[in-house]
Design a protein around this ligand. Sequence first.
Ligand code: NAD
Length: 366
Amino acid sequence: MELFDTVFESEHEQIVFCHNKDAGLRAIIGIHNTTLGPALGGTRMWPYATEEEALRDVLRLSRGMTYKAAVSGLNLGGGKAVIMGDPRKNKSEALFRAFGRFIDSLNGRYITAEDVGIDVNDMEFIFQETENVVGVHQAHGGSGDPSPYTAYGSIQGMKAALQKVFGDEDLSRYSFAVQGAGHVGLHLVRQLQKEGAKVFITDIMEDSVAEAVELGAEAVGTDEIYDVEADVFAPCALGAVINEDTLPRLKCKIVAGPANNQLANNEAGNELAARGILYAPDYAVNAGGLMNVSIEFEGWNHERALRMTRTIYYNLGKIFDIAERDGIPTWQAADRMAEERIEILGKLKMPFMGKAHRFPGRDRRH
Ligand code: NAD
């Protein structure tokens, strides 16, 4: 692997390799783009088989954060970090504190949060070394669990899609096939049921399905979910669920849900459009979690989080407009909206903003 060529290709601003032999730390921080603000994105701990795999993952994930923040109207850039190691075996206080010091050394250019393999206890150690952490516990004045806000935001995205397709967004008139009853999925089911919607649910975990059924949802099999006659298919579990096998089976008019990377590839997004199914781009729909943590900069509170999360409705509306304006599928319209915002706001910044200069030892007075 040609390291610099790979980084040039992905257009990253900065890659930081973090290592500490005593603590067993091997981590990479990827800062993709800070045009709009500090790069924000979680830290993932994963037993990557190779360093190349870890680097590719951090490049892909941090780039994704740039797009998510930009399309969501946030003044944030895109970043992400990966720690190489098995979260069940290789965690220690020293590891996370060593990592926290690296984050601190970036002087706020990168702000971290929880991601796969990292829990609130690990974050506490990182937090001891740097202020540049969000998603901390509410006991520390943080925003806590993002999943209710992610679910609430996803509902705003669904409403925008319903408005676009049916000209009406009263949830009680529609049916939803929800795939995954985890943290976000269960909140989503609860909120949809409260609005009087018809909800189908599936999960590989029986107890999660049982919880959703108790809320009023109807259980279907994990494979059956693709064939359900529902207006909206809402992926809340895995990525790549819209693919060549599932596409011909979908009966829905809309795909909108919080799961990351729902499209197996761009062709799957094109095919949805060709089949007359409106795709609400995942990273715009699921931005409620990011919006929620971003409020920690100003002082987090619930009302402010809900208010910001409601903007997802308008963001989706703009994406649908761009798709129509340019005659392109919605996945591409979301990317374009993000790129346009970065470009225009980047141009507003003057190269040198001016400051009061000091020249010690010189004196203009006569
Ligand atoms: P989670 O792990 O709590 O829930 C995922 C659920 O999916 C689990 O209950 C799991 O059993 C189920 N599942 C796994 N494989 C399945 C399958 N084949 N069929 C049906 N169900 C299956 O995760 P979460 O935090 O609820 O996140 C769900 C999705 O939303 C993920 O893609 C995540 O990246 C994305 N997301 C979450 C947040 C957040 O705030 N938690 C924010 C943005 C995006």
